[in-house]
Design a protein around this ligand. Structure first.
Ligand SMILES: Cc1cc2nc3c(=O)[nH]c(=O)nc-3n(C[C@H](O)[C@H](O)[C@H](O)COP(=O)(O)OP(=O)(O)OC[C@H]3O[C@@H](n4cnc5c(N)ncnc54)[C@H](O)[C@@H]3O)c2cc1C
Length: 375
């Protein structure tokens, strides 16, 4: 960390509020795409033999003779160890098998996403001094060239309250304008909210339950849980090792996943070569982000592949651009339906219940009506 003066700050960030007289500069800070990280890790886990069960809500946990039984609506799982990493739901999962030991308070954070044409305004992650509720409102470029402004930090009673609010967004806007007086909010292309899992114990809870051997809580992983996740994983490995020392590292571990092509980032020669191998890379589906059919098909057929419109959006970005999917969403749905051999009407936006098509408006059958008589 380094203290920088006003001149250095203005060299880094020419559009910073002139009232800012200096800053604390963290050279090693970085930005990532959170979805791409999580999806890459899930894919790599599957490449190494992990089985993924989506849409499987844990309903009960029991333990008998050192073996846990976990039930979902459709399946029963048995295991010697359980790792509870259920985010804002982690206390509910803990309470299914262990004495209540902590509460999770969902804390909502809301953001503005600005169009890529705003990207020149900020070059670093610009924080303000943190407050009691966290690191405060920041303005940052994203890895894909948009600008992100947010978040606020509001405790909410409902652990599904991911809606944005006028008051929350107004707070973010007012705070953001203290760092940069000319944030082009008219270039907003989306707003969103997420819930942090704030534990009432104050800090991350990464420990075996004191009353249920083999049940490990990885709970209350509030911000910066993503940055901390590699270190958290190492700690969990130590805990598992302590409980089941007979487990051995996988000597055949595959450390890298198969390369995914981002067509828009390739040189012309690389694009031509790729199209010669697979002509689906020549068909642009998303015009805003220049995403090809080839990339979408690949995202469906990888391990931990996409099955929904938002699943595709988070992996390869159609729908992340200025039109927010207005143009490409029907085409993405067609590709999903074709590749997964499913009916278009069954393709979801995201979670169960998020149908996009509710029925057909045109049929092949002819319905004859009596001519209306105008009196
Ligand atoms: C507004 C905001 C800003 C943030 N900023 C940063 C940042 O700048 N840097 C940073 O490092 N981190 C940041 N974070 C924090 C980071 O996103 C979290 O720490 C991280 O996502 C926590 O991961 P997790 O796996 O513990 O929980 P989650 O990602 O919430 O995953 C929990 C999973 O459990 C599943 N689940 C829940 N209940 C059940 C059940 N009954 N059965 C089956 N599955 C269940 C859920 O579906 C979900 O998939 C931010 C978070 C928010 C909300």
């Amino acid at each position: 960390m380094e203290l920088i003066n006003q001149e250095q700050l203005r060299n880094f960030e020419p559009q910073i509020n002139p009232a800012a007289t200096g800053a604390l500069y963290a050279k090693t800070a970085g930005i990532i795409s959170p979805w791409e990280l999580a999806i890459a890790l899930a894919e790599n886990a599957m490449d190494n033999g992990v089985k993924l069960f989506l849409n499987s809500v844990v309903q009960s946990i029991h333990k008998e003779n050192s073996v846990f039984t976990v039930k979902t609506a459709t399946s029963v799982f048995r295991s010697k160890i359980i790792i509870n990493a259920a985010g804002v739901q982690a206390a509910k999962i803990n309470d299914m098998i262990a004495r209540p030991a902590f509460k999770i308070i969902p804390r909502r954070g809301e953001y503005y996403v600005l169009d890529k044409t705003a990207s020149g305004m900020v070059h670093h992650v610009v924080f303000q001094p943190p407050g009691k509720l966290g690191k405060g409102v920041l303005i940052t470029p994203t890895v894909h060239g948009n600008v992100l402004v947010g978040p606020n930090s509001d405790s909410v009673p409902d652990d599904e309250a991911i809606e944005t609010t006028a008051a929350g967004l107004d707070y973010v806007r007012q705070k953001g304008l203290r760092s940069f007086q000319n944030i082009p909010f008219h270039k907003t292309i989306n707003i969103f909210a997420g819930l942090r899992a704030e534990p009432d114990t104050g800090d991350f809870i990464i420990a075996e339950s004191p009353d249920v051997k083999g049940f490990i809580n990885v709970a209350g992983i509030k911000s910066p849980g993503l940055s901390a996740s590699p270190a958290i994983a190492e700690l969990v490995v130590e805990l598992v090792d302590g409980i089941l020392p007979s487990l051995k590292p996988n000597t055949d571990f595959i450390a890298h996943r198969r390369k995914a092509y981002h067509f828009a980032e390739l040189s012309n020669a690389e694009k031509t070569a790729l199209i010669n191998i697979d002509p689906r890379y020549a068909r642009i589906v998303c015009r805003c982000e220049n995403i090809t059919e080839g990339e979408i098909v690949d995202a469906i057929h990888r391990n931990a592949g996409a099955t929904t419109v938002d699943g595709i959006k988070r992996r390869v970005r159609p729908g992340m651009g200025r039109c927010q999917g207005g143009f490409c969403m029907p085409r993405v749905m067609e590709i999903l339906a074709r590749e997964l051999n499913r009916d278009m009407a069954s393709i979801l936006k995201d979670r169960p219940g998020s149908q996009i098509i509710t029925g057909t408006t045109k049929t092949n059958s002819v319905v004859e009506y009596e001519e209306a008589t105008i009196a």
